[in-house]
Structure formats: structure tokens, C-alpha cells
Write a protein that binds this ligand. Structure first.
Ligand code: ATP
Ligand code: MG
Length: 390
């Protein structure tokens, strides 16, 4: 079915009271930039609904696909335009219903008129069209309390009819809830973690640690590809690619092998926080999940937390791998995440990592690298920033 109008319903934004216009404006501008690549649209908000109307011929499925990725929208209703005569509305309602499974189902008609000059009021119009539908589709029954199918009619400049309600991405519009810095590896978890926080309206920057020549350009490209996929939901992302090799080699040279991974993670957190300082990031995000690996035990997590002062968000913390995988499949990062390229964390893995390191022993071990702050400075000076548009 070709849609002439898309009605977008939002959830939480409707509860924002006096701040509602701020959220609404951001959602409209996010929609504007997202739909610009498909065609020209008129995008307007009225009574907790956003009306997206194509101003030229566009592909309905492509538009729906794009709309389904915009945070802040709970439901999307594609509607068909028709004339305002009752017969035209009736015929359009029937066409919409013919696309549904109707045999033995119940329905209800709900009409709304913005155009108050329309001769019938909303209940009269609902009743009239309901009766005509019953005549033409004897398999249907009316249930005004809990209908299987809701036939909605809006009388505006033209009439619009719709029966479909497609689930949107939910969440809050990106850009309404501050900014955070995602530690983005090439794995499955961190893209999902970034997605979950962006879903709450947070703008993302990403930091990726690269260990050239131990990790290849293809491994770096894989991370940029992941970030690019994420931009479909999260909007534009700047990826800060940090050369991490010198720091890793210094850790390997000076520190006990069993503490290598956690010290590495502490260095990553320190650098990420400095990037956050520069970019205005108010929190850090990682893809950690309790107990998944030795560096994600409660003790290790406490040790990586203790070197930064910003809050660290770990939205995957209570999820099983399978749950994380399911989200990564849904957001289409999975196939890229599982490509078998090396990661800086996997190339220098100690045989017997300590699973319960104490913060004191880690601080002592780091004293064996008295110049590590300089190494961090140098790594940041040599960062490469890749800007990926949304
Ligand atoms: P992922 O699947 O996201 O790679 P993981 O289960 O492999 O996670 P670790 O390698 O222990 O876990 O990393 C834990 C977290 O540390 C990652 O989710 C990510 O946030 C961060 N991280 C790990 N390696 C890197 C890297 N090379 N660059 C940036 N962040 C990283
Ligand atoms: Mg990883």
C-alpha cells in the first residue's frame, strides 16, 4: 500500500509539560535530516502527533524503514488520502481493511476532524462509516471497547484513513539528553551499549583504540563501519581513533602479566575521559556485562571505574550474551561485529588474568610506568577523528 501521510505518535515526550516544545522541535529536526535523503516532506506537529507528508513521490517502505529508526517515536501509522465525500472515505476504509486479516475479527471506527466545517461531527462520522463497513464486510463485528482493528479517519484539508500501527524505535529524540563518550571496540557489545544510551536521547562520540601494526587497517575500518551503521539511529558520530600500541607495549614491558588487561582498560578509561572533556561528554559508555570475561568481574569493573570521575554507563551490564546478540541483530551491527578481525584487547591476552585485582595492587603496578601520563598525552595528540554523518 502506498501511504500519502505518516502519522507519528510519541510516548514520553507527551508527558514533558512545559519542556515539550523543546523535545518536539528536536524530534522534528531529527526527522528532517533523516528523511532528506529520501525526498521532500512536510513535517508538522499538532496535538501530540507528527504529520509527515511526502511532497513528491517516495517509496513507502523506504520511508517507513527510515522512520522506524528515529528515537522518540512510539508508533507510525501510514495513512491513505481520499476526498471528503462519505463514499470516498468508505471506499478507502474498505481498501485499507482488505489488507488486513478480517475474518472473524472485531473493529471500531474512530474519526477526528480538524476541519470543523465538515457536516458530520466525529461520533456521527464514526457511526456512519462503521455501518457502511459492516454492510460490505460481513465477516467483521463491532467491538467499541477492545477492537482487533481500529479504523481511524482524520478530516483535515483532505480526508485520511488508516488501520495500521507500526512499532517505532521508542526512546527520546537524540540531542535532548546531553552527550556521552562511547568506548567502541569491534565487538558485539559496545555498539549495542551505544545504541541503548542514544535511545534515551543522548548524543554520542566514540573512542576506538587501535594497535597498529598489531591490528590491521581492516580492523579499524570494521569499527568505522559499525559506527556508520549506528548513525542510522544515533545521528552523526565522531569517532576518535587513538593509537594505543605504545601504551600497550609499555604495560607489557613493565607490569605483571596477570594485570595486563585491567591496566589496559584503566588506560582506555583515562583517555576516554580526556576525550570527553574535550568534546563535552558528560559520561562514558562501555559494553561490559558482569562476569563475561576476567576484566568484567565486580573487582575489575570497580578498578576500571576508579580512574575516572564521570559516570560510566554500562547498559549491557545485566544482559546475557544472547540478549545482547538479539539487539545487535535487530540494529544490524551483528554481521559486521562478528567479522574475524583482531582487536587490541585480544592480541595481548595474558594466559592467567587475575579475576579479582585490587585497586591498590593496580595502582602499585602502574607506578612501574612513571611516564604513563606522557604516553596518554601523546596518544591523544596523535588521534585521528573520523566524522560520520547521520
Ligand atoms: P565488545 O563486544 O564490545 O568488544 P567485549 O565483550 O569484547 O566487548 P572487552 O574486550 O573486555 O569486552 O571490552 C569491554 C569494553 O571495553 C567494550 O565493550 C568496549 O566498551 C571497551 N573496549 C574494548 N576494546 C576497545 C577498543 N579497542 N576500543 C575502544 N573500546 C574498547
Ligand atoms: Mg572487545
Amino acid at each position: 500500500m502506498k501511504a500519502d501521510l505518516f502519522l507519528l505518535k510519541y510516548g514520553e515526550i507527551a508527558l514533558k509539560g512545559l519542556n515539550k516544545p523543546i523535545f518536539e522541535r528536536r524530534l522534528l529536526s531529527n526527522l528532517d535530516s533523516r528523511l532528506a535523503k529520501i525526498g521532500r516532506f512536510s513535517i508538522k506537529a499538532a496535538q501530540s502527533t507528527i504529520y509527515v507528508e511526502p511532497l513528491e513521490t517516495v517509496d513507502t517502505d523506504e520511508t517507513l524503514n527510515e522512520l522506524k529508526k528515529v528515537f522518540g517515536i512510539v508508533n507510525i501509522c501510514p495513512a491513505v488520502r481520499c476526498g471528503k465525500e462519505l463514499k470516498a472515505i468508505e471506499d478507502t476504509a474498505i481498501t485499507c481493511l482488505e489488507e488486513e486479516e478480517t475474518e472473524g475479527k472485531t473493529f471500531k471506527v474512530e474519526a477526528k476532524r480538524e476541519d470543523k466545517s465538515f457536516p458530520l461531527n466525529s461520533p456521527q462520522l464514526s457511526a456512519e462509516i462503521g455501518a457502511r463497513i459492516l454492510d460490505r464486510m460481513p465477516g467483521l463485528r463491532v467491538d467499541v471497547h477492545n477492537p482487533d482493528i481500529l479504523v481511524q479517519i482524520e478530516i483535515r484539508k483532505d480526508a485520511f484513513v488508516y488501520t495500521k500501527k507500526i512499532k517505532g524505535a521508542g526512546g527520546m529524540p537524540v540531542g535532548t539528553n546531553g552527550r556521552a563518550t562511547l568506548l567502541l571496540s569491534g565487538g558485539i557489545d559496545s555498539p549495542v551499549a551505544g545504541y541503548m544510551i542514544a535511545k534515551r536521547g543522548v548524543t554520542l562520540d566514540a573512542v576506538h583504540f587501535h594497535s597498529h601494526p598489531y591490528t590491521s587497517d581492516r580492523a579499524k575500518q570494521k569499527v568505522l563501519d559499525l559506527a556508520k551503521i549506528m548513525t542510522q539511529y544515533c545521528g552523526a558520530i565522531n569517532v576518535h581513533v587513538i593509537p594505543f600500541t605504545d601504551i600497550q607495549l609499555e604495560i607489557i614491558d613493565k607490569c605483571p602479566k596477570s594485570l595486563l588487561t585491567v591496566i589496559m582498560r584503566r588506560m582506555m578509561m583515562r583517555i576516554a575521559e580526556r576525550i570527553a572533556e574535550k568534546t563535552g561528554g558528560q559520561a562514558l559508555i562501555t559494553g561490559e556485562s558482569i562476569g563475561q570475561v576476567a576484566s568484567q568481574t565486580m573487582e575489575s569493573l570497580a578498578a576500571t571505574n576508579s580512574v575516572v570521575s564521570r559516570p560510566v554507563f554500562r547498559p549491557c551490564i545485566g544482559m546475557d550474551k544472547e540478549e545482547i546478540v538479539n539487539i545487535s541483530k535487530k540494529i544490524e551491527t551483528y554481521e559486521t561485529s562478528i567479522l574475524p578481525f583482531e582487536d587490541c584487547c585480544t592480541i595481548f591476552v595474558p594466559k592467567h588474568p587475575k579475576t579479582k585485582p585490587s585497586i591498590e595492587e593496580l595502582s602499585e603496578a602502574e607506578k612501574l610506568m612513571p611516564n604513563f601520563e606522557e604516553l596518554l598525552d601523546r596518544a591523544i595528540e596523535n588521534e585521528e577523528v573520523v566524522s560520520l554523518g547521520g
